[in-house]
Design a protein around this ligand. Structure first.
Ligand SMILES: NC(=O)CC(=O)C(=O)O
Length: 293
């Protein structure tokens, strides 16, 4: 049997209730991550913009500087808090995302930092597809008013477990990135995300299950808890789908922690029963951009 996941892994998604106070958000994130670790989780995920409200007007105010790396505590309190929390929890920690300011270009990004149980930074992802939508009468949002897109797809090796693909929220709507991560061996695709009360009911679970069935990989979607007093109402419903696209666990909208036990068998069995990895016809679609008019 092929090994994608070296040993069973308890995954936890912290559906955090964040507010305007960054220090309070970091402190709440610490308590929830430690609670998840105490329950046995060894990979713990925080939501998109876990240390700030979500909105283009907030990004510059909350942005931290990550380069040169490692930043000082003044440049990035969140970097240092996440590193210390990973050590305290003795777990891999996907630090949701934070607004980032790149000082050399003065550009802002929506950036995820991943730490090992020793507190070392082992991966970074800058959101590659910006959330620019306009659904008349429902929601208008334009991240690109303030943010720039990252230009790299991200696969991170967790030495004790195997590879994970990492992307942020709107990135999930683009199946190509997920497929590349899965074909590089990722057993899990992780998306810190903040869908809303319009697009959440429509597409959140569907997209999570779609990326799982496309790639026969686990998929984890980690949202902030819903705050109806905030300017942006996150959908919540953090969830884990298995490689057969069953939902293993799903939250409602309140602050909570979602757990799931991941095994290699679940990945290997579906990939051998329905062997799409060896049946794919790259001779018919070597370059999907070629069809664009
Ligand atoms: N917030 C996002 O980046 C994405 C989202 O809400 C959606 O795709 O819908």
């Amino acid at each position: 049997m092929t090994t994608f996941l070296k040993q069973p892994l308890k995954l936890a998604l912290v559906q955090l209730a964040s507010g305007a106070d960054k220090a309070v958000n970091l402190s709440n994130a610490r308590s929830k991550v430690l609670e998840a670790a105490k329950a046995g989780a060894r990979l713990i995920v925080l939501p998109e913009c876990f240390n700030s409200p979500y909105g283009t007007n907030f990004f510059p105010k909350y942005a931290e500087t990550l380069h040169p790396s490692p930043p000082t505590k003044e440049q990035s309190p969140s970097f240092h808090a996440l590193s210390a929390i990973a050590v305290e929890a003795n777990a891999y920690l996907v630090g949701g995302s934070i607004p980032e300011l790149e000082p050399s270009t003065k550009k802002y990004y929506n950036t995820s930092l991943v730490f090992s149980p020793s507190g070392a930074l082992i991966g970074t992802h800058r959101k590659t597809h910006l959330f620019d939508i306009d659904i008349p009468g429902k929601i208008q949002f334009k991240e690109s008013d303030v943010l720039s897109p990252g230009n790299q797809l991200t696969v991170i090796d967790l030495p004790d477990y195997g590879k994970i693909g990492l992307a942020i929220c709107y990135d999930i709507r683009f199946p190509e990135a997920a497929m590349i991560a899965a074909r590089k061996g990722a057993f899990l695709l992780v998306y810190p995300g903040a869908f809303n009360t319009t697009t959440g009911p429509l597409h959140w679970s569907l997209l999570g299950r779609a990326r799982a069935v496309d790639n026969q990989s686990y998929v984890a979607l980690c949202s902030p808890a819903r705050d109806l007093d905030a300017s942006y109402n996150a959908y919540g419903h953090s969830l884990v789908a298995d490689p057969s696209a069953n939902i293993l666990s799903e939250a409602e909208e309140k602050e909570t922690i979602v757990y799931a036990d991941l095994t290699n068998d679940a990945v290997a069995n579906i990939r051998s029963s329905i062997p799409i990895y060896t049946q794919r016809r790259f001779d018919l679609y070597p370059d999907v951009s070629a069809g664009q008019e």
